[in-house]
Design a binder for this molecule. Structure first.
Ligand SMILES: [Zn+2]
Length: 323
């Protein structure tokens, strides 16, 4: 657990200093002579991480025999087994009308003690929204279903759909001002493993009974997760001189239900300690909210090129699997 901290002026100064590029940490030094061959750190440096789950109650394709409620139960089982104290579920309330059977997902989430927050009614991407006003309406429309289940608790976090924080200054600043005036904090994202890309091929391969391909997908995905964890740590050290508290983005899909147990196990082996979203975002690294990924945003702002660690090699053509 991290001690409560508020971003002071001194902390802001330290953050700016920490953002100066630390390019002397060469790939070879960190990961052994061959950068392409990722090696385990000799000692895993502990770091804090908040787990978040997007697109409740409906995300992605369902393999045969699975239900939205079943996926939610599996997510909750895994979170409990790993001792995750809090996992915000970000809700697209518009899905409740489209798949009425999924309503129980939100209630199960609350019964398990995890909070809900807003992810827009229709999952409207701010960059592609017809106007800032249309996007704001979508945010407001998403509130009732969340507020009704969060009586007396804090649901004023907003996760930008598709992490789109505005493709011009007017949208970016207008959206942030609107969220702030509405009492929201942006739920930032510092790390994700793009697990949602696997939902469609997973559903197809399960329907085809192609267990060998599912196994190949799993080993490829978990190798990507390990590289992603290494990249996260390297880039955090490059930008801030330390592994700042992380916020993990996942989605309530079938592939996440199938792999989150293994993902959390790998994070724990790398030094993860679970914290709440508020605890993670107390860190000065989260002082300037916005769209996209935290560390990329910070690097762009500081004019720093993020270190590339062991780029993912050519892998399975996910779109073509089990067709
Ligand atoms: Zn989403």
């Amino acid at each position: 657990m991290i001690a409560p901290r508020r971003p002071s002026n001194r902390a802001r100064g330290a953050r700016q200093a920490a953002l100066r590029p630390v390019m002397r940490l060469a790939c070879a030094l960190l990961w052994g002579a061959a950068c392409g061959t990722l090696q385990a750190e000799p000692q895993a440096e502990p770091f804090d991480i908040a787990i978040t789950v997007d697109d409740l109650p409906v995300h992605g394709e369902l393999p045969p025999g699975m239900t939205r409620v079943g996926l939610a139960r599996e997510h909750l089982r895994i979170l409990k087994a790993h001792g995750v104290p809090q996992a915000y579920g970000f809700v697209n309330a518009g899905q409740l009308a489209r798949e009425p059977d999924s309503v129980a997902v939100l209630d199960l989430w609350r019964q398990a003690g995890h909070p809900l927050a807003n992810h827009g009614y229709r999952h409207l991407n701010l960059d592609r929204a017809p106007s800032l006003e249309a996007w704001q309406s979508d945010v407001v429309l998403g509130e009732a279903a969340v507020a009704a289940r969060m009586a007396g608790a804090d649901w004023h976090y907003f996760r930008y759909p598709e992490l789109a924080g505005g493709d011009d200054a007017a949208k970016r600043e207008g959206a942030l001002r609107f969220l702030q005036q509405s009492g929201y904090r942006v739920a930032d994202v510092s790390v994700g493993f793009s697990e949602w890309l696997y939902n469609a091929p997973y559903a197809r391969c399960m329907a085809a009974g192609d267990n060998a391909t599912v196994a190949a997908m799993r080993s490829q995905f978990l190798a990507e997760v390990e590289r992603g964890i290494a990249r996260m740590k390297t880039q955090a050290r490059q930008l801030y001189g330390r592994v700042v508290p992380q916020v993990l983005l996942t989605h309530i899909g079938a592939w996440n239900a199938a792999t989150m147990d293994a993902v959390l196990t790998r994070l724990e082996a790398a030094g993860a300690r679970y914290v709440t979203l508020a605890q993670a975002q107390q860190d000065p690294a989260y002082a300037d909210p916005g769209g996209g990924m935290l560390m990329q945003r910070a690097a762009d702002k500081a004019g720093v090129q993020l270190l590339a660690v062991a780029v993912d090699g050519p892998g399975l053509e996910l779109q073509g699997l089990c067709r």
